[in-house]
Write a protein that binds this ligand. Structure first.
Ligand code: GKR
Ligand code: MG
Length: 429
């Protein structure tokens, strides 16, 4: 009988170009890092996945990988146990990040176990799907919808990176309401998105509110969200939401910390959403104990512990009457299809999901860039994740990694190249 035991785990760090997008922590660097995970069985099948590419994550995956050897791709619970035993977070996220705004949960060392479990789980489920001749969404209970809607994720941005020579991206500068509307028109024109999210917390808040009002006027009826990543005080958050009366679908992480969010929630009737203060099950419990000031959890399987953990989160949200939407960081197509299988399997996840995908121009899967249809991705029906690695692209992206000189995401340092007085301390406004 053929053995499908795991015989090899390969993790390849990659880098792809990233535009100079502004956020509360600073500016995106010239290259974004990810990792491509391949889990191979004795029978020669290969399950794939995409995850974070920062050094602590690469170290953690290297430490945990040997524990998978000999395991069946079906043994996800045993994989959880083995990874948890081998990988222990040594620092808390605040020790790791210092005073930097912690807006990218994927870089939190405290989430290492959940991130590694997720990185391996998705690749193992890709294998399961190949063995069972079923798409991952079916292994998750089947599709609750035929396609998954995503939102137009807008950013204020500079026309080009400070590093020269570095070819400018095709999007141009976006610092004014008109430029923002032009960015939205282009993104919606290319991909058909129907909801709009604005990354804020970087320019003066009144100016960012003007940006949302301009979007509301240009796209009447489109659901709108603004996300300053906790970079506004409670007073600023309340003043801005007052100006945006009747315009927002939800208000994402206006003020820092769960206490700050609770203070905002008390005085505003727009539901609050987060990917900053409810990022694991302990924080979920604290939100519940406080009477649920946060009403919508923006999940992300990459740091919530995987596809199954996100389904557990969905049950908890249902129990507590909360909504569920999906967060994103810079990523390529393997992450996008994993998000799509997952979102399709979770009936509660009824908001359009975030994705950074339109900001990237490279791809690591065969067939090249994935295409949105009317702002949504059809749920793949091929076995497993339904995508395969383009070996040539992987080699090129890995070569980028070797030469880009970046090993940990640092938007603060990138901003300080332009503005040495920038501290990234929050709340800034
Ligand atoms: O990539 O600049 C960014 C985003 O701000 C990201 O780091 C956040 O984690 O997209 C995220 C969010 O919704 O907060
Ligand atoms: Mg957010």
């Amino acid at each position: 009988m053929t053995s499908h035991a795991i015989r090899h785990v390969r993790v390849t760090p990659i880098a792809f170009r990233d535009p100079p997008l502004l956020n509360a922590a600073g500016i995106h660097e010239t290259w974004a890092l990810r990792s491509i995970i391949e889990i191979e069985t004795d029978s020669g099948l290969i399950g794939i996945n995409e995850s974070y590419g920062d050094l602590p994550m690469l170290d953690a995956m290297a430490k945990a990988a040997p524990a998978l050897i000999g395991l069946s791709p079906w043994s996800l619970n045993e994989m959880d146990v083995r990874v948890s035993a081998l990988v222990t977070p040594k620092q808390t996220s605040s020790e790791f990040l210092g005073t930097q705004v912690s807006l990218a949960p994927g870089t939190h060392v405290s989430k290492t176990v959940a991130k590694v479990v997720s990185a391996f789980e998705v690749a193992m489920m890709d294998l399961q799907g190949q063995l069972a001749n079923a798409p991952v969404v079916d292994l998750l209970g089947g599709a609750a919808r035929a396609s998954v809607p995503f939102s137009a994720y807008l950013f204020y941005k500079h026309a080009e990176h400070i590093e020269r020579p570095y070819a400018p991206d095709p999007w141009g500068e976006a610092l004014t309401p008109d430029q923002l509307v032009a960015q939205a028109r282009r993104m919606i024109g290319e991909h058909g998105f129907q909801s709009i999210k604005l990354k804020a917390g970087t320019l003066p808040p009144a100016h960012e509110a003007d940006g949302i009002l301009a979007l509301a006027k240009a796209f009447p009826g489109a659901p709108l969200r603004i996300d300053p990543n906790g970079n506004w005080t409670v007073a600023t958050s309340l003043a801005i939401v007052e100006r945006l009366q009747g315009v927002l679908e939800y208000y994402e992480d206006p003020a820092p910390g769960l206490d700050g969010m609770a203070a905002v929630a008390k005085a505003c009737d727009v539901p609050l959403a987060t990917n900053m203060v409810v990022t694991d099950f302990n924080e979920f419990r604290r939100n519940a104990e406080m009477g649920c000031p946060v009403k919508i959890v923006l999940t992300d399987h990459h740091y919530w512990g995987g596809l199954r953990a996100t389904q557990r989160l969905s049950t908890m949200c249902h129990t507590f009457g909360l909504g569920l939407s999906m967060h994103s960081n810079s990523h390529l197509g393997i992450s996008l299809v994993a998000m799509t299988h997952l979102a399709a399997s979770v009936p509660l996840l009824s908001y359009a999901c975030d994705t950074h995908y339109p900001w990237q121009d490279d791809e690591v899967v065969t067939g090249g860039r994935l295409r949105f249809e009317d702002g949504a991705l059809p749920v793949p029906t091929a076995p497993g994740l339904g995508v395969m690695i383009d070996r040539e692209a992987l080699a090129r992206l890995h070569d980028n990694y070797l030469h880009c000189g970046i090993r940990n995401r640092n938007d603060l340092a990138q901003m300080q190249k332009t503005d040495p007085t920038f501290t990234g301390r929050q709340p800034r406004f």
